[in-house]
Design a binder for this molecule. Structure first.
Ligand SMILES: [Zn+2]
Length: 230
């Protein structure tokens, strides 16, 4: 009897601590995974010179994201270099400040109900977003690798990768991203001209796969063009 009482008492006492520890665990788990993904992207040459940023949703109401702070060498990312921010990119946990582009992440999370958003600055996206800017996007069609995009079942799928004009006004750009996502249901990512790729997923695993697929396909297009020209 005494034992049971003690047990209940302990259980009640520990409840708030367990809850906060679960939140802490989630932040620790997500940032460890984000750091690992970032280092992998750096090794592929997709986020050189402190470029790129990565986020994952910690909670939806209120919206909280774990996100890279600005100016980090992505080749040596650690979980301690991540922040928790709210929908307006205010820091609620961690040291440093989010990148100027951080506002695009909540816009994407809200726009497509994503659980993770990943952004790279590869040579391939930089080249193609310039050469195809006049068309407003790039059509990806006929590639087996397209089946790595969520919901795509055949190489015959035609994936449209829109190109948005780049900007340093992130409030204005976030509005254009929101409009794009509303007007283009089913897309898996978009390019900013002369800048890079944004993609997302229900979680980090899917978002990472989308970066790998889209970067692969863009590299194929650039190399195919170079091969045909020579
Ligand atoms: Zn960028």
């Amino acid at each position: 009897m005494k034992k049971t009482k003690t047990g209940i008492k302990h259980g009640n006492k520990r409840k708030p601590r367990l809850r906060s520890s679960r939140n802490g665990d989630r932040f620790a788990e997500v940032t460890a995974r984000l750091a690992e993904i970032g280092k992998g992207f750096y090794a592929r040459g997709w986020v050189l010179g402190t470029s790129g940023n990565f986020s994952a949703v910690l909670s939806r109401e209120p919206l909280r994201l774990a996100i890279t702070s600005t100016g980090l060498d992505k080749g040596s990312l650690t979980p301690a270099q991540f922040l928790e921010m709210d929908e307006q990119a205010n820091v609620v946990r961690g040291e440093g400040r989010p990148s100027a582009e951080a506002l695009l992440h909540p816009a994407i999370v809200r726009g497509v109900d994503a659980g993770a958003v990943l952004h790279t600055h590869s040579v391939w996206s930089t080249v193609l977003s310039g050469t195809h800017a006049a068309h407003g996007g790039i059509a990806l069609e006929g590639f087996e690798m397209l089946k790595g995009l969520e919901g795509v079942r055949t190489h015959k799928h035609r994936e449209w990768l829109p190109i948005l004009e780049n900007s340093q006004d992130m409030v204005e750009l976030a509005d254009r991203v929101t409009a794009l996502l509303r007007e283009s249901p089913g897309i898996h990512g978009f390019l900013l001209q002369g800048h890079g790729l944004y993609t997302w997923g229900v979680g980090l695993r899917e978002a990472k796969r989308h970066i790998e697929i889209l970067e692969f396909l863009m590299e194929v297009l650039v190399r195919s063009g170079a091969a045909q020209a020579s």
